[in-house]
Write a protein that binds this ligand. Structure first.
Ligand SMILES: Nc1ncnc2c1ncn2[C@@H]1O[C@H](COP(=O)(O)OP(=O)(O)OP(=O)(O)O)[C@@H](O)[C@H]1O
Ligand SMILES: [Mg+2]
Length: 303
């Protein structure tokens, strides 16, 4: 049993509606003339495992950084745990932990020094600092790297160190921006397990990922963002129903693979029967990847 999960059972007063832990209204984020987020409305329910999907440059990282108070924004309103992040940034910030897409640890300090720095920054009581650091470092297998500088570690070990730093203060909401890019399979599974355990313990998870199977495996609710706007929101089955729950995939020796989606198997069968005999046809359930490609018009890219 993870030490941190015991602590997570303590309730934190959220100062607002308990159901919607993140509420974003009309968010606009610009970099100079470039609009990264273009009027985003988004709600994440407390305790949810929320997956944020979108093609490269869609605005996922910008949204994570704005909501978690790491960067400013030009228009809109954001509350986290009922706290307006502009009016009560410290209270909102304390509820959140962030694993950023680009690791932001101090590369000249050791792993332990970075962790201690985070523990101090989040005012973790002195008696608990070492205990939490050791428990979490042990869980992610970092023990033998604790006295090495961040600079001397491989990308995967850096990521593990960043993960520990981001959850030391037991945040109610954990943002993970492409957390498993660059991790080996073992580390990826370990992180999935950790994310599930944190979520079981009540932590709301806000996950961005290019790996559709990761979102499918972990998330209850999915938001799809494209060009800074939310274009779909719901459970994975909701999204599949939106484009049609049955997929017909067909190709011939001279053509690329094509896809059509239908609300029922009967309609899919009917369409398949109209295709010429030169086509190879597969009829199957629509997947989240189909929804993503159909909704954004882009292929899923490896991180
Ligand atoms: N520091 C910056 N300066 C200027 N433009 C930026 C900056 N950061 C992001 N952008 C722009 O904002 C838009 C959204 O970028 P963002 O990093 O949020 O995308 P993303 O969805 O996280 O993409 P990826 O999947 O590649 O991580 C892009 O058009 C990007 O070029
Ligand atoms: Mg990003």
């Amino acid at each position: 049993m993870l030490y941190i999960l015991d602590i997570y059972s303590n309730s934190i007063h959220l100062g607002g509606s308990p159901a919607d832990i993140i509420v974003v209204k009309g968010l606009v984020k610009r970099f100079g003339d470039e609009v990264a987020i273009d009027g985003l409305d988004l709600v994440v329910r407390e305790g949810d495992m929320f997956g944020f999907l979108g093609p490269n440059g869609a605005g996922k990282t910008a949204a994570v950084r704005v909501i978690s108070t790491l960067t400013n924004f030009q228009e809109g309103e954001i509350t986290v745990g009922g706290y307006d992040i502009l009016k009560e940034p410290k209270k909102a910030k304390r509820l959140m932990g962030v694993i950023q897409q680009h690791i932001s640890l101090d590369k000249d300090l050791t792993v332990r020094e970075n962790m201690m720095h985070h523990a101090l920054m989040y005012k973790i009581p002195p008696g608990e600092r070492k205990k939490r650091i050791e428990a979490l470092a042990g869980y992610v297998g970092l023990e033998e790297y604790m006295d090495r500088t961040i600079d001397s570690l491989s990308g995967g070990w850096k990521k593990r160190a960043a993960i520990v730093c981001s959850i030391l203060h037991e945040p109610k909401i954990l943002f993970l921006d492409e957390p498993t890019v660059g991790l080996d399979i073992q580390a990826r599974r370990l992180l999935w397990d950790l994310i599930r355990k944190l979520n079981d313990g009540g932590t709301t998870i806000f996950l961005t990922s290019h790996y559709i199977e990761e979102i499918e495996a972990l998330c209850d609710t999915v938001g799809v963002i494209d060009k800074g706007k939310l274009i779909a929101y719901g459970t994975p089955p909701d999204l599949c129903n939106k484009i049609g729950s049955t997929a017909v995939e067909y190709y011939s020796p001279h053509h690329t693979t094509e896809y059509r989606y239908f609300p029922s198997r009967n309609e899919a069968n009917e369409f398949a029967s109209t295709l010429g005999s030169e086509y190879t046809v597969i009829i199957r359930n629509t997947s989240l990847e189909d929804c993503f490609v159909e909704l954004t018009g882009k292929k899923v890219e490896d991180g």
